[in-house]
Design a protein around this ligand. Structure first.
Ligand code: ACM
Length: 542
């Protein structure tokens, strides 16, 4: 009884907190203070990532059994519309035909002249009888569709028919991303994840408007991508993983399938072949790559920094050329990530020799170099390289300055500080999964920083965006991935997408708490962090 009386008041408070200007929020409710059920109409813009501009107004749009989705005669737009319809059909039970009729009530339209919307922006107009999504590109429409999903009740994510009204609050959302690069990284080397499991992770990141999936495909414990000219990499090097499990790898067809699946969500796949360190699985597969040519035993522990390719052997460069040629040919995206981190067994001179010879191979095969920021230390990034910073607050000023120098010389910077953005760090001392070498990373800590100003001396124009890496030394199941990614993954998406001025932890944590309805509907194994006011009845699955 008490809860029924309390709920409407809290609902009003939660709605008031939806104002997006920093500094205007009322005090946030404490944990477990949100209503147990969602409002019938979610206030416009109460989504993640927070939209750039929200003008609520007018009565809601209602999705009905008669709704038709109107598209122009354009295959890219039709694909986005079909995906939206497929998402909405099971829960609504509606037919939702996709038609080339501009008089349809739910319309996806391209406006090539809408320059302000850029490559991924969109405008959503919601009014009785008509919902219009406009973008300059199909990618923009796809991002807008994620807003449509999040504006609808979370029950829309369920796979069985739900009896309820499907309304979207009236008004206009005009939304463009702050940064062009919003990545998520998945380590499929320490533990292998199947094609279906990676697809499920792509679905999760797509909902939060990520646009890059960085696949860490090779490491000491396993090699996960078939290379036709080097068959032993998978015959031998894929048969292990951390803890002694069976490992696995993607055939080239399976990798291409992942690339296609990501592309349908307008997500670019960035393959990482980690060189010259983190190469033990390759060295086990081809002992002639080691400096002394001796056979090595597979490694299934979690130490780092003990393996290296041999700078003085021509075989090293023939190997790198074979691998990079094949991976470039399989990858339609712009980048190949060549790692470069933790080459602790490589001398600085050898590191420079190898990176000086390996980077041009990437370019020769038509791709741009992406690498961890050690490439700015003992080496020189290739022109156009994208440098991924993964240091910590305690990283030396000298190391950070090398990154800033590279940025001033033209490198793009992706920011993924290990003590902020690494999703595999424990939330707190009691988190059973994950590691803690970068410290514990609470939900607030992962959210409350700014990629644009994080690295001193890096020009704002050099910061391309943010990435949320998920390393899997301790994570071996999809449920483990979910537990570490949720609730932190959406916050890093917001850092990459939303204007800094609208971001504020005290209002964000309320929007985040509301997402729990959606995660439950999607069946995610999320972590109920005590920092966040979750809905009273939204228990994670046991
Ligand atoms: C890294 O965490 N070694 C990039």
């Amino acid at each position: 009884m008490r809860r029924r009386l309390l709920a409407p008041a809290l609902l009003l408070l939660a709605t008031a907190l939806g104002c997006t200007e920093a500094g205007t929020a009322a005090p946030a409710p404490g944990p477990a203070a949100l209503p147990a059920t969602e409002p019938e109409v979610r206030p416009l813009g109460r989504i993640i990532p927070l939209p750039a501009s929200v003008r609520p107004g007018g009565a809601p749009y209602t999705l009905t059994a008669a709704t038709r989705i109107g598209v122009p005669d354009h295959p890219g737009v039709r694909a986005v519309a079909e995906r939206l319809a497929a998402r909405l059909r099971p829960a609504t039970g509606f037919r939702l035909p996709v038609v080339t009729d501009p008089a349809a009530d739910l319309v996806l339209r391209l406006d090539p002249a809408a320059g302000a919307l850029g490559d991924e922006g969109y405008e959503l107009r919601s009014a009785p009888g008509r919902l219009t999504l406009t973008a300059r590109t199909p990618a923009g429409l796809f991002r807008g569709v994620q807003t449509v999903r999040q504006q609808l009740p979370a029950a829309v994510e369920r796979d069985t028919a739900q009896r309820r009204a499907w309304k979207i609050a009236g008004g206009t959302v005009t939304d463009v991303p702050r940064f062009p690069y919003r990545g998520a990284m998945l380590d499929v080397a320490r533990h292998f994840f199947t094609v279906e499991e990676v697809k499920a992770y792509i679905d999760r990141i797509a909902l939060y408007k990520y646009n890059a999936l960085h696949l860490h495909l090779t490491d000491d414990q396993g090699w996960r991508i078939a290379i036709g000219s080097r068959p032993k990499l998978t015959e031998v090097g894929a048969a292990t993983e951390v803890g002694g499990g069976p490992g696995g790898f993607y055939t080239q067809e399976q990798y291409k399938e992942l690339v296609r699946y990501a592309a349908a969500a307008h997500i670019e796949v960035i393959p990482e072949i980690d060189l010259p360190g983190h190469t033990h699985a390759a060295l086990v597969s081809y002992p002639e790559l080691t400096c002394d040519g001796k056979a090595l035993k597979p490694y299934t522990g979690i130490e780092v920094g003990f393996s290296t390719l041999c700078a003085g052997k021509e075989e090293t460069y023939a190997f790198a050329d074979d691998v990079l040629r094949e991976i470039a040919a399989l990858t339609p995206g712009r980048y190949v990530h060549i790692g470069g981190d933790e080459a602790k067994s490589t001398s600085p001179a050898d590191y420079r020799t190898m990176t000086d010879r390996i980077q041009p191979l990437v370019t020769r095969h038509g791709k741009q170099v992406m690498a961890w920021h050690q490439l700015t230390g003992d080496a020189t990034p290739a022109p156009g390289a994208l440098i991924q910073y993964w240091g910590l607050d305690r990283t030396t000023a000298e190391e950070k300055e090398k990154v800033a120098e590279a940025a001033r010389a033209g490198a793009g910077i992706v920011v993924s500080p290990a003590d902020r953005a690494y999703l595999d760090m424990k939330y707190d001392e009691d988190t059973p999964l994950g590691l803690r070498w970068a410290g514990t990373v609470s939900v607030e800590r992962s959210y409350d920083w700014d990629p644009a100003t994080y690295l001193p001396g890096v020009p704002r124009s050099a910061v391309r965006g943010v990435e949320a890496p998920l390393w899997t030394e301790t994570l071996s199941t999809p449920e483990h991935l979910d537990t570490m990614a949720f609730p932190r993954l959406p916050g890093l998406a917001e850092l990459g997408w939303s204007p800094a001025a609208g971001r504020d932890w005290s209002t964000y944590k309320v929007r985040l708490g509301e997402q729990a309805h959606r995660w439950d509907a999607l069946g995610l194994s999320w972590y109920r962090s005590p920092e966040v006011p979750w809905p009273a009845a939204a228990e994670p699955p046991a």
